[in-house]
Design a protein around this ligand. Sequence first.
Ligand SMILES: Nc1ncnc2c1ncn2[C@@H]1O[C@H](COP(=O)(O)OP(=O)(O)OP(=O)(O)O)[C@@H](O)[C@H]1O
Length: 399
Amino acid sequence: MLHNLPHICTHQDIKIKPIMKFTNIFSKSKSKAKAKLGSNTDKNELNSSIKNKGQDQNSQKQQLRKALNDLSHPVFPNGIYGQIAIDLQGDGFEVELPIVLGKFAPEIINLLQQQTELATPIKFTYKPTVTSKDKIKNIKLVVAVASGKGGVGKSTVTANLAACLALQGIKVGVLDADIYGPSVPIMFGLAGQSITSKDGKTMEPFERFGVSLNSIGFVVPEDKATVWRGPMASKALMQVINETNWPKLDILLVDMPPGTGDIQLTMSENIKCDGALIVTTPQNVALADAEKGINMFNKVNTPILGLVENMSQFVCDGCGKTHYLFGQDGGRSCADKHKVSLLAQLPLLPAVREGADKGTPYVLNKNLASENAALEYHQLAFSLMMQISKQTESVITLG
Ligand SMILES: Nc1ncnc2c1ncn2[C@@H]1O[C@H](COP(=O)(O)OP(=O)(O)OP(=O)(O)O)[C@@H](O)[C@H]1O
């Protein structure tokens, strides 16, 4: 069901028609209040009534926040949480979100109103996503997806994350910068395709499942790229980044090459990412490399948006038992140690590998869309947006 969701515009305030008339506790006319100020008793009554109503307001806000957290909706299966500002404005509550809910807003508002039984209209406003001043033309935000160690599922996470963001109405692109093993062409069913150019100078990205794509794999044969070293590799990558005719995108995910060597460092400096997402598996060898990744991004002042622990557990379909093949909660301890958020613990799932090999990200498989794991990827996408809205403000100048 999820993959049928249409692409929706993300940059407009949603005006929700009040569902019920709101009785604003402060809206009684000042003249009435003044008339009451005759005696001290009246004044005290008024003060205590204002106080009570202030408390009412707070408890209503709390109710609303709880309803947002508990929300169960196909797009937000695990609720809407995080640093969400809720304010009483004019005749209703304004809830400020980092994602524009578009056509889902009315149904989500209905759900919230049913859950809270608030007679107060709710309106969503959009916290403007910060812009990176066109570091890359047409692109608002650039997020690097990185891992210290190879093979931990960085590209698989990137592909599924991009598909979820597209389903959630975010205009998203993926740049496969994994020069030594580009996997985006395979994961999006475009293996063997070559990039085209309209003017002989710039490249036209592919579009698949609502995601704009370019990869070093579309540009040069794999055997050629693998022999590039240092400056040559970085130069080729910068060309792919800067000479792609990206459409207007809210977010570009950059699938980085594994490791923390010179290429990764140069890239991290040159791309000027707005944030980095670190993917790891839970075992010690991967975590040691993930820590190097965190340190590298710290060095170039790129905020770490969070850590994703991939292949966290495997549930045996024979005995139903959960196995922690690569150890348990390693990602959580790494996140705690470096004070970064653990955004997801994704299971090892044959269907995820099959989706990657067949060229359709797992979350787009109709039959699996309501599976818990698919919902976890959606939750990851939302959490990432929350982190972006939380973290980038202090780093990037708005506008
Ligand atoms: N959660 C998962 N469940 C099952 N298989 C997975 C999962 N995540 C990744 N895989 C599989 O693991 C393999 C490696 O994944 P992927 O290519 O995404 O890793 P990577 O970190 O990008 O590797 P590289 O170092 O080559 O860039 C792939 O075959 C992929 O399908």
